[in-house]
Design a protein around this ligand. Structure first.
Ligand SMILES: NC(=O)c1ccc[n+]([C@@H]2O[C@H](COP(=O)([O-])OP(=O)(O)OC[C@H]3O[C@@H](n4cnc5c(N)ncnc54)[C@H](OP(=O)(O)O)[C@@H]3O)[C@@H](O)[C@H]2O)c1
Length: 344
C-alpha cells in the first residue's frame, strides 16, 4: 500500500457542463478488497461518456458526488487479500499473471484520481511499446473498433471500410485496425486538418464532410459496389447517407451518435439492398464475454508491439486541467485522444 492516506480526486458534485461541475478534492486512498488491486493512476484518456456523466445523461448515473474518468493506464501498487494474482480472466494458463509493479490498462467509472481500485480480472497488461499517455487511450477505442470490425462485421482483407469521424477517438482506432487487417479505408472527417491525420494513418481516401457527398465518392471509388463495412460513431445523416453507398452484403456497424441524432433503420431498405445493420455496445463484453476481451487485448498488444497501431494522442493536459479537457471533447474539435496526465 502507498504511504499516503489521502489522494486528489476530481468529483462531480452536481450535474451540468464538465467545466462547471467538476471539483478537485482530497479523499482517502481506497483499499483493495478480496479479488481487487490498487493502481496508481498515471494517465486517463478523456471519453465522450465523461461529458455525459457530468451532465447526468449517461446510461449509468452514479450517485452524487462521484469521480468521472473511465479509462486509465497505471501501475499496480497493492493487491487485496485473497487475490493470488491479478490478470485478465481469459483462463489461459500461459498468460503471465500480473503483480505489484506491473504496468496495466483498465476501464471503470471513477478513475480520474491518483489511485483507483479495480477488480484483478479487469486489469490488462500495457504493451511495452506504448508509454503511459498512449496506453491510456488503448482500451476503449481499440477494443470498440476491434469488436466492431472483427467480431460484429467479420471484416475480410481486401474489403472496403468507410469510417465516419475518422480522426476521432474510436474512428482513428478503426482506421488503424482496418488498415492492419488489409482493408481499404475511406475516412470521413469534419475539417481539412483532420483529413491529413487520417491520410497519415493509412486511409486511401479522405472526404471532408460538407465539402463532398461521401456516398457519391465511395460509390465512384468502388466502381459502384459501395463500402463492405461502415463504422459509424456519428449517426444522423452520416448513417442515413451510408445506406446509399453500402455494398451488397455490406455491414453498417452502429457505434454512437456523436452528431446528436439517432437515425431510424429502414428495414425494407436493408432487405431490398441485402445489407445488415449491427449494433455494438462494447461495455457489455467485459461481463458477457470476458475471455473475448482478453483475446482482443492480446491481439492489440501484438499489433502495438509490431508497430501496426498506436493511439493517436491529440493533446496531453495536466491533472488540474481535466475539466477543460472534458469540455473540449464535448465540442467535437479534438483530434484522436485527449489524455490527462495524473501522476508522474
Ligand atoms: N458503442 C460503443 O461501445 C462505443 C464505445 C466508445 C465510444 N462510443 C461512442 O462513439 C462516439 C465517438 O466517441 P469518441 O470517443 O471517438 O469521440 P470523439 O473523439 O469526440 O469523436 C467524435 C467525432 O464525431 C464527429 N462529430 C460529428 N458531428 C459531431 C457533433 N455534432 N458533435 C461532436 N462531434 C461530432 C467529430 O469528428 P469530425 O469533426 O471529424 O466529424 C468528432 O471528433 C461517441 O458517441 C461515443 O459515445 C461508443
Amino acid at each position: 500500500m502507498p504511504e499516503q492516506t489521502t489522494m486528489r480526486a476530481w468529483l462531480v458534485t452536481r450535474t451540468g457542463e464538465p467545466s462547471e461541475v467538476l471539483e478537485l478534492h482530497d479523499v482517502p486512498v481506497p483499499t483493495p478488497g478480496p479479488g481487487e488491486v490498487l493502481v496508481r493512476v498515471r494517465a486517463v484518456a478523456v471519453n465522450f461518456p465523461d461529458v455525459l456523466l457530468a451532465r447526468g445523461e449517461y446510461q449509468v448515473r452514479p450517485e452524487l458526488p462521484f469521480t468521472p474518468g473511465i479509462e486509465l493506464s497505471g501501475e499496480i501498487v497493492a493487491i487485496g487479500p485473497a487475490t493470488d494474482a491479478a490478470g485478465p480472466s481469459d483462463g489461459d494458463p500461459d498468460e503471465a499473471a500480473l503483480g505489484v509493479g506491473d504496468r496495466v490498462v483498465a476501464t471503470k467509472i471513477g478513475v480520474l484520481a491518483e489511485y483507483a481500485v479495480l477488480a484483478a480480472s479487469d486489469v490488462h497488461p500495457t504493451p511495452h511499446s506504448l508509454d503511459d499517455v498512449q496506453a491510456a487511450g488503448l482500451m476503449i477505442a481499440y477494443q470498440t473498433a476491434w469488436f466492431a470490425l472483427h467480431r460484429r462485421a467479420q471484416l475480410q482483407a481486401g474489403e472496403t471500410v468507410l469510417v465516419h469521424a475518422a480522426a476521432g477517438g474510436v474512428g482513428s482506432a478503426a482506421v488503424q485496425l482496418a488498415v492492419a487487417a488489409g482493408a481499404r479505408v475511406i475516412g470521413v472527417v469534419g475539417s481539412a486538418a483532420k483529413a491529413d491525420v487520417v491520410r497519415d494513418a493509412g486511409a486511401e481516401l479522405v472526404i471532408v464532410r460538407g465539402e463532398q457527398d461521401f456516398a457519391a465518392v465511395v460509390n465512384e471509388a468502388t466502381e459502384g459496389r459501395g463500402a463492405d463495412v461502415v463504422f459509424d460513431p456519428v449517426g444522423g445523416e452520416s448513417f442515413e447517407r451510408s445506406t446509399k453507398c453500402i455494398a451488397f452484403e455490406g455491414r453498417i456497424v452502429v457505434i454512437g451518435f456523436a452528431g446528436g441524432t439517432v437515425p431510424t433503420v429502414r428495414a425494407n431498405h436493408a432487405l431490398v439492398k441485402n445489407y445488415g445493420v449491427l449494433g455494438l455496445h462494447w461495455g457489455l463484453y467485459p461481463t458477457k464475454n470476458p475471455a473475448l476481451v482478453a483475446e482482443a487485448h492480446a491481439e492489440l498488444v501484438r499489433l502495438a508491439d509490431a508497430g501496426a497501431i498506436a493511439p493517436l494522442v491529440g493533446g496531453v493536459v495536466e491533472f488540474e486541467d481535466a475539466p477543460a479537457a472534458i469540455q473540449q471533447l464535448a465540442g467535437g474539435a479534438t483530434v484522436g485522444r485527449l489524455v490527462v496526465r495524473v501522476t508522474p
